[in-house]
Design a protein around this ligand. Structure first.
Ligand code: CTP
Length: 412
């Protein structure tokens, strides 16, 4: 199944992408393509030097729109392009940005389409530098960067690594996937959850048996990480409390990585104060070995007798806190069920004092652990039951966050 890649945050948003003369310019084609696929209207501006590395046609092909160059500045449309490109933009990105362009925009020079647009733009600006490490480390470049940061420009990268010159150091263009995360952070900043704190728990916990073995579950963290990203897209301040997962956390989340249910319990209870929303998507172990063997258990000693004890129910403890001091304002639970989905989930909703529970049928092959899709039913504390069709976990996150925003409105 091909999953749709549109991201609601990008739908109908107008993004200007300025590309300057660096060998990393070819990576900007990937970025332009990803932004377009996400649903953004991408207008590309190429500097003279950028065109030595990559052609406007490449960008026209991936964005389906015209890519502008300095020649257009002297065409019959000049009066429109001069400041018009910046007028309705939601975000101006300059990526890659050379040391020369950084210097120009830091000092308000306007001698090319990109620098004119940067000077005219009132929208947020994000700049991703790429240059040789020596140029990047120069005090003059650093001071230009400080100037831009001081004006509210987001500087993303560069990163350490090998540059085209063979030099290894700080100057490499940030990878487009990571840059996309920063773009989401910048675009979502003033969303409906701006100023609100959201905790998301994700992935499975592991309960050690001995120094190398543990009781684990197969939760990948996909649903929880997608929820964290969806909350960031809406401007929330997100803390992602994650069990064991190989996924890269969304840019902008404060990440707390841990292993056991007890550690997750401590982290959630420590952070839940002053938190508006708790999204408890983690697959927390219900039982743990009473005794953890320090050394690796030897086969020669025979089959071990592993005695288990229950872990604490974290949502249950959160419900007690909520009753005592009102935080979090809203808790959302997730129920993995293999039978009697709605009844079992509703019982958990009541028991754990939740505003909403997202129930999924883990007996189906396209829902639940590890896979990219989920088939969920949303049950709220007012008795509402909404059965959703098969969706990607990203889409499920979008729906859950929309519901969370509606529920927050009812609390105001
Ligand atoms: N949960 C929790 N603490 C635990 C176990 C689960 O806070 N020790 C949370 C999960 O993160 C989830 C919700 O409770 O949001 C329901 O989890 P689930 O495993 O479906 O239910 P359990 O309460 O563990 O009951 P059971 O496993 O018997 O179905």
């Amino acid at each position: 199944m091909t999953l749709p890649q549109t991201i609601p945050l990008f739908k109908g948003r107008r993004i200007l992408l300025g590309i300057t003369g660096s060998i990393a310019a070819y990576k900007a084609a990937d970025l332009a393509s990803k932004l377009t696929q996400a649903g953004a209207q991408v207008e590309v501006l190429l500097s003279e030097a950028a065109q030595k590395f990559i052609s406007p046609l490449t960008f026209q092909s991936v964005t389906g729109r015209r890519a502008y160059t300095d020649k257009d500045l002297w065409s019959t449309e000049a009066h429109i392009l001069h400041v018009g490109l910046a007028e309705y933009a939601d975000l101006l990105i300059i990526a890659p940005a050379t040391a020369n362009t950084l210097a120009k925009i830091a000092h308000g020079q306007a001698d090319s389409l990109i620098t004119i647009t940067a000077l005219a733009a009132k929208c947020p600006m994000l700049v991703a530098p790429a240059m040789d490490a020596n140029m990047f480390e120069q005090p003059v470049t650093q001071s230009n960067i400080e100037t831009l940061i001081g004006r509210g420009v987001a500087i993303v990268g560069p990163v350490e690594g090998r540059m085209a010159s063979g030099q290894i150091g700080l100057g490499r263009f940030i990878e487009p996937d990571e840059l996309l995360g920063h773009i989401r952070l910048a675009l979502g900043r003033h969303g409906p959850l701006e100023g609100l704190r959201v905790i998301v728990t994700a992935a499975g916990t592991q309960e050690p048996i001995d120094s190398v073995r543990s009781i684990a579950n197969s939760s990948s963290g996909k649903q929880g990480y997608a929820l964290a990203q969806a909350a960031i897209d809406r401007g929330a301040e997100v803390t992602l409390i994650s069990g064991v997962s190989h996924l890269s956390p969304p840019i902008g989340a404060e990440v707390i990585s841990l292993r056991t249910a007890a550690e997750m319990q401590q982290a959630v209870l420590e952070h839940v104060e002053k938190t508006d929303v708790l999204l408890m998507a983690a697959a927390v172990a219900d039982f743990r070995p009473i005794k953890v063997h320090v050394e690796k258990l030897k086969k020669s000693k025979g089959i071990p007798d592993i005695k288990l004890e229950p872990t604490e129910d974290i949502l249950g403890l959160v419900a007690q806190k909520q009753e005592a001091n009102g935080w979090p304002r809203l808790s959302v639970g997730f129920a993995a069920e293999s039978e009697n989905l709605v009844d079992n989930a509703r019982a958990k909703l009541e028991e754990k004092n939740l505003s909403l529970i997202v129930a999924n049928d883990i007996s189906l092959p396209d829902a639940g652990f590890e896979v990219d899709t989920n088939r969920v039913t949303l049950i709220d504390s007012e008795g509402g039951v909404q059965e959703l069709p098969l969706m990607s976990k990203v889409e499920v996150s979008e729906v859950v966050l929309q519901r969370v925003i509606q529920l927050l409105e009812t609390l105001e």
